[in-house]
Design a protein around this ligand. Structure first.
Ligand code: ADP
Ligand code: 5GP
Length: 184
């Protein structure tokens, strides 16, 4: 399992998409569950499994999650089933999850690489979030307010990558995970 975290707007999803385009890395992304509202460009089952709060709570009670956390006022979690299915197929899996979830997953002892993505600076982080056009002012403020605390936990990760130039940052992530595929 490869874990990637970073503040909202740092560019994690974009970077992960870049890495997955490269056939040298037989990896799949674990599709998380969330209780937040679906964005216009998102597909249920592909970007996230969009669940109600009630269904999420049932999942927690039934032990369906490998990890879960409340992030920016919504619940997010990784289904054990998402990992198990890929493990059976011998595939590597990327978890794009927050710092709380990463802590929980690390305790399983099955994380082979963990990477924290930094935005180049505060202005870029806010500008990217605004340009993405998915958040209202309240959500934007909540996300930026959490960034400092999230970045304060970057040292819990094996590696830190600054997402300044997209190609350069994606190249750096590929370099960091390459040894995992050479060992196979
Ligand atoms: P996150 O998943 O960390 O919240 P996204 O991947 O959604 O962030 O990226 C936020 C916005 O920033 C998107 O609109 C994306 O296209 C843009 N972006 C991502 N990486 C870069 C980069 N290196 N340079 C400029 N814009 C970027
Ligand atoms: P977004 O709402 O922008 O898609 O994601 C917000 C935050 O939730 C990001 O920090 C993202 O990494 C985190 N997140 C997404 N899926 C999961 C998950 O399954 N578990 C945890 N703990 N966090 C997640």
């Amino acid at each position: 399992m490869i874990v990637i975290s970073g503040p909202s707007g740092s560019g994690k999803s974009t970077l992960v998409r870049e890495v997955l385009k490269d056939p040298a890395f037989p990896l799949e992304i674990s599709v998380s569950v969330t209780t937040r509202a679906k964005r216009a460009n998102e597909k249920d089952g592909a970007d996230y499994h969009f669940w109600t709060k009630e269904r999420f709570q049932q999942g927690v009670a039934a032990g369906e999650f490998l990890e879960w956390a409340e992030v920016y006022g919504s619940f997010y979690g990784t289904l054990k089933e998402e990992i198990a299915r890929r493990r059976e197929q011998g595939k590597g899996v990327i978890l794009e999850i927050d710092v709380q979830g990463a802590g929980q997953v690390r305790r399983t002892g099955e994380v082979t690489r963990s990477i924290f993505v930094f935005p180049p600076d505060w202005q870029a982080c806010e500008a990217r979030l605004r340009a993405r056009g998915t958040e209202n002012e309240e959500s934007l403020g909540r996300r930026l307010a959490c960034a400092k605390e999230e970045m304060g936990r970057a040292n819990e990760y094996d590696y830190q990558v600054v997402n300044d130039d997209l190609n350069r940052a994606a190249g750096r992530i590929k370099e960091l995970i390459k040894p995992l595929f050479m060992e196979r």
